[in-house]
Design a protein around this ligand. Structure first.
Ligand SMILES: Cc1ncc(COP(=O)(O)O)c(C=O)c1O
Length: 367
């Protein structure tokens, strides 16, 4: 997969204090006070002078397994979910024949295995007919022995999620070929009725977990890989960061998991409301249509094709109005110019600013 050329400079964007950050699926609400207190307390105790345990604090590892409800599995704490994905991609690469994922999707695991010489197949799912997700039938067409299936659910950037029946069928195909499934659950906490592949296929599933989105700890870099000890063993015996993930982040994550229920109630409410504001603005506006509504993530994908505009153009226009959204070109070689992605776990005022900016878009000549 080629590197997207249109990546904005996050360093430059951080210099813009008035910017509405709706381009990284990060959360920008006032965090639970318990989380801030844990960070301050850890800082005052100068815990940053220590290394954390190689696989993370035992309490945090247990809280994550409890949160997922995956008794019998263990968690290893990683430097963000992406640190875990990088580790498992490179550790498993020698035994992989291919990585199978979707287009649109999240490009990094494909790039990690490609560096190790493993080819990637990205099944195209940008259609209502496909339900904007991978079907077992489409998977069956491309699977081969030794494949790794990288399944993002809810799917960034489209917002689709898989039902238990759909996952059952995907697991049937995987099991028949002895394929490992990496279930990327970065956005699980925003979904309605999410099913874990690990519950259906425990012997062949690694689940990745993130604190960046639901708890809003993106800059602290904390995540996990969860799996049965037999599957996780090769990863835990040589962790990619044996000196332990960010110690303050781990304290914050423990505090966050302890107040998870009220926090998620509030966060999900804000997210839903902002999705409505964005959807209404797009429906009323001069351009675009929301692809998956409601989205199961903290973002919406908006198709802008056929109106003489490219995704990059729309993003540039909004950025001029101090609203940062992301072009599909980051996440889809095949369809990227057709859609933009708008993150919604943000203050309502930002969603309103998005709505005002969207109304000012000017379509070009229809194509
Ligand atoms: C599908 C997916 N997986 C993993 C990540 C990375 O998560 P983290 O911030 O925990 O590394 C992202 C971030 O956007 C993502 O969208």
């Amino acid at each position: 997969m080629p590197l997207a050329t249109s990546a904005p400079s996050f360093e430059a964007l951080l210099q813009r204090p008035g910017l509405a950050w709706m381009g990284q699926n990060t959360t920008h609400l006032e965090p639970p006070p318990e989380v801030t207190d844990a960070l301050l307390d850890s800082t005052r105790r100068r815990e940053f002078q220590f290394y954390a345990p190689a696989l993370g604090f035992a309490e945090l590892r247990e809280l994550i397994v409890d949160d997922l409800g995956l008794a019998g599995s263990t968690a290893m704490i990683t430097d963000g979910a992406v640190g875990g994905l990088h580790h498992l991609c490179t550790a498993l690469a020698p035994r992989l024949s291919r990585l199978i994922t979707t287009d649109p999707g999240w490009p990094w695991p494909g790039r990690f295995v490609e560096l190790e010489g493993v080819p990637v197949t990205a099944v195209e799912v940008y259609s209502a007919g496909a339900g904007y997700k991978l079907s077992a039938a489409a998977l069956a067409d491309v699977i081969e022995p030794g494949a790794l299936i990288y399944l993002i659910d809810p799917l960034n950037p489209l917002g689709s999620s898989y039902t238990r029946d759909e996952l059952d069928a995907i697991v049937g195909v995987a099991r028949a070929h002895g394929a490992i499934i990496v279930h990327d659950c970065t956005y699980r906490h925003f979904a309605d009725g999410h099913t874990l592949v690990a519950g259906l296929y425990p012997e062949g599933t690694l689940t990745t977990y993130s604190f960046s989105k639901w708890l809003g700890l993106a800059g602290l870099r904390l995540g996990a890989v969860v799996g049965r000890p037999e599957l996780l063993g090769p990863l835990t015996s040589t962790p990619s960061n044996p000196l332990g993930a960010n110690i303050q982040a781990q304290r914050a994550a423990i505090a966050g998991l302890k107040v998870k229920d009220p926090w998620l109630q509030r966060l999900r409410q804000v997210n839903r409301r902002n999705q409505q504001i964005v959807t209404e603005a797009v429906t009323r506006g001069p351009v675009g249509r929301v692809l998956v509504d409601p989205s199961h993530g903290n973002f919406l994908a908006v198709d802008v094709s056929g109106q003489g505009l490219t995704a990059d153009r729309v993003c540039a226009d909004l950025l001029e109005r101090d609203v940062f959204i992301r072009s599909g070109t980051y996440q889809s070689p095949a369809f990227g110019e057709r859609f933009v992605k708008v993150s919604t776990s943000v203050p309502a005022e930002w969603a309103e600013r998005f709505a005002a900016a969207w109304a000012e878009l000017e379509p070009g000549e229809p194509r």
